[in-house]
Design a protein around this ligand. Structure first.
Ligand SMILES: Nc1ncnc2c1ncn2[C@@H]1O[C@H](COP(=O)(O)OP(=O)(O)OP(=O)(O)O)[C@@H](O)[C@H]1O
Ligand SMILES: [Mg+2]
Length: 252
């Protein structure tokens, strides 16, 4: 059992794209659960879970049991705990109920993960009480960035928050989430500035970080509206698929 959280406090960088693709890839080697922990419910929409009876917030609110909110997806071995975007209750939960409930969030996630080989959590761009509860349960964090002039600051802020969360909340002997994997998403070779920015991140390798570059790939938009995985679409770039494979391999 391994809990992997895909995160970064910036919207639209490709967290959901990475989380769903990674979950599909991991499902090839073990039972995998994807948890949609973003009130927008984008991962749920992508995988076309329309007939859900219960969502993640119902489990956290004690309105259903775990089995009741686990949904099968069309990918073998891949299951999802969904979140209903419109009309869903996760927004209310994360904003008003997560405070003081981090222990419960951690326990719930650990309980879920027990039944699977891999658990992938897609998060929103926030870093609040709800996300802290998720980090409590997390074994590995994967950050997703885009190569623009603010990405260095974005990573710095994320890392600072994460470290202060760890220092303020976890005892010396408590397990800490590993953070040494960074995905640079939607790299466009025609934009030379992106190459320059990527080079500025390279020294991180000497500090034990693994860097993954996913090219700009129109396949993402297409598969999301067609409700399929990038692995099941013939137009996906080889480099995209290879990077997702490598990321999954390194997370096993
Ligand atoms: N490598 C890529 N190349 C081109 N487009 C991409 C790529 N990755 C993601 N996209 C597109 O960028 C948009 C944002 O991606 P995504 O929803 O994964 O970001 P996010 O970080 O989860 O956003 P949010 O913070 O709102 O949850 C989507 O329309 C997606 O199709
Ligand atoms: Mg998202």
């Amino acid at each position: 059992m391994k809990i992997i959280t895909v995160a970064l406090q910036k919207g639209g960088v490709g967290k959901t794209s990475t989380a769903v693709s990674l979950a599909v890839e991991l499902a090839k080697s073990g039972r995998t659960i994807l948890i949609d922990a973003d009130p927008q419910g984008n991962a749920t929409t992508w995988l076309n879970i329309q007939t859900m009876q219960y969502e993640f917030a119902d489990l956290l609110n004690g309105k259903c049991g775990m089995e009741q909110c686990v949904n099968q997806t069309s990918t073998p071995n891949l299951f999802i705990i969904p979140t209903a975007g419109i009309g869903g209750e996760l927004k209310e939960y994360s904003e008003n109920k997560a405070g003081g409930n981090q222990g419960k969030i951690k326990k719930t996630l650990k309980e879920i993960a027990k039944n699977f080989d891999y658990c992938v959590i897609d998060t929103s761009p926030s870093f609040g009480n709800f996300e802290r509860g998720i980090f409590y349960a997390t074994n590995e964090i994967v950050a997703v960035l885009q190569l623009d002039e603010f990405s260095k600051d974005g990573l710095q802020i994320f890392n600072d928050r994460l470290q202060s969360f760890i220092n303020d909340n976890l005892e010396e002997d408590e397990a800490r989430p590993t953070f040494n994997k960074i995905v640079f998403n939607a790299k466009d070779d025609r934009i030379s500035q992106q190459g320059i920015i990527l080079n500025q991140f390279m020294p991180l390798k000497e500090h034990g970080y693994n860097l993954y570059v996913i090219p700009v790939d129109q396949a993402y938009r297409k598969v999301q509206s067609a409700h399929i995985a990038i692995q099941d679409f013939t137009g996906t770039k080889k480099e995209t698929l290879d990077t997702i494979k490598k990321l999954a391999e390194d997370l096993k």
